[in-house]
Design a protein around this ligand. Structure first.
Ligand code: PLP
Length: 362
């Protein structure tokens, strides 16, 4: 998902760079794919990736960074295994605002008591007002998913937890905007949306939270083991870590997380503006207060039998080279994912198509 459509400038920088050095990394005569993960050359790659990550997010020194396998799902499983035992009660507070936080809460129930801090939602289209949350002061941590990829619900604020450790799944909006890491106990993010390709998940954890894993925690998910071994307890996803390093370099050269935020605001407003002024032809179910800048779900021509028009919309988009616009199978409709690699020009192409399609069918 480095790009959804078009030949973005990230495509040119990152993929062409990877292609250029594919057979002969850094002039040493081997590919990153052939390197030992214990070699000095790979050590340089992983250290460079970590130092770019620290620089871009201004990560304080008392935080560890890990590059692990298992994806976002591996990490929402690892969180309770490592953190629910922080306090004797083994309770955790969860905000459930979409598919991914729902799955995470279900996983945590295997290891302790889970409290959903707000009234249950029938539909994932809002973030319940913090005044309606009942946080448990003896919870080991408070968990939320910062951007619900399937439903297009994004927090534009950091939840206040009255001192309880805050954990966030930032898989689908990581480095799309600045974040104050010091407010979090732990942040994790699968790389495949905004910072690389599938295979590696970044975990940023405050030092004092390491070393509390339950005894049943699998060793490869144990933060103490992995931080002590610089993510090299077992073979790491070497090539994905290398690609992440290239993407981080690209983000740095393009102005860092603040510049990404400016672009992502501009891109998402372009699409929301069309939805908002389409007289109901395009409909986004998400409340305006929490509409995601990364994933914009919408229906087409709802009043006249959405599915036929949506098929036509997707076929027309595909003809123009715009791929992956089909909504997640659990919600249907269309979903425009505007990750960092999607350019303003790519977004303009979608906006133009949406306007033409509206004119033709309204
Ligand atoms: N969390 C979020 C927000 C996601 O978007 C995803 C996947 O799309 C996941 C977790 C699960 O990630 P993975 O497929 O890498 O396990």
């Amino acid at each position: 998902q480095l790009l959804s459509w078009g030949k973005s400038w990230q495509h040119c920088c990152v993929l062409l760079q990877a292609q250029k050095e594919f057979l002969n990394y850094g002039g040493i005569g081997v590919s990153v794919l052939e390197m030992s993960h214990r070699s000095a050359d790979f050590n340089k790659i992983i250290n460079k990736t970590e130092s770019l990550m620290r620089e871009l997010l201004n990560i304080p020194d008392n935080y560890k960074v890990m590059f692990l396998q298992g994806g976002g799902s591996g990490q929402f499983s690892a969180v309770p295994l490592n953190l629910i035992g922080l306090k004797e009660d083994k309770c955790a507070d969860y905000l459930v605002t979409g598919t991914w936080s729902e799955k995470a809460a279900k996983e945590a129930e295997k290891y302790g008591k889970v409290n959903i801090v707000h009234p249950k939602l029938d539909r994932y289209t809002i973030i319940p007002d913090p005044s309606s949350w009942t946080l448990n002061p003896s919870a080991s941590y408070v968990y939320y998913c910062c951007n619900e990829t399937v439903h297009g619900v994004e927090y534009d604020f950091t939840p206040e937890t009255n001192g309880v450790v805050l954990v966030s799944d930032m898989s689908s909006n990581f480095l799309s905007r600045p974040v104050d890491v010091s407010k979090f106990g732990l942040i994790f993010a699968g790389a495949q949306k905004n910072v690389g390709c599938a295979g590696v998940t970044v975990v940023i954890v405050r030092e004092d939270l390491v070393g509390h894993a339950l005894k049943e925690c699998p060793i490869i998910l144990d933060y103490k083991v992995q931080t002590e071994m610089n993510s090299l307890y077992n073979t790491p996803p070497c090539f994905s870590i290398y690609i992440m390093g290239l993407v981080l370099e690209w983000i740095k050269n393009n102005g860092g997380s603040a510049a990404m935020e400016t672009l992502n605001k501009q891109k998402s407003s372009m699409i929301y503006d069309i939805i908002n002024t389409s007289n109901g032809f395009y409909e986004c179910p998400v409340d305006v207060t929490c509409r995601s800048r990364m994933n914009i779900p919408f229906r087409v021509g709802k009043k006249e039998g959405a599915e036929t028009l949506e098929k036509e919309f997707l076929a027309g988009a595909s003809k123009r080279g715009m791929l992956s616009l089909k909504g997640h199978r659990s919600v249907g409709g269309i979903r425009a994912s505007l990750y960092n690699a999607v350019t303003v020009e790519d977004t303009e192409a979608l906006a133009t198509f949406m306007k033409e399609f509206l004119k033709e069918h309204q």
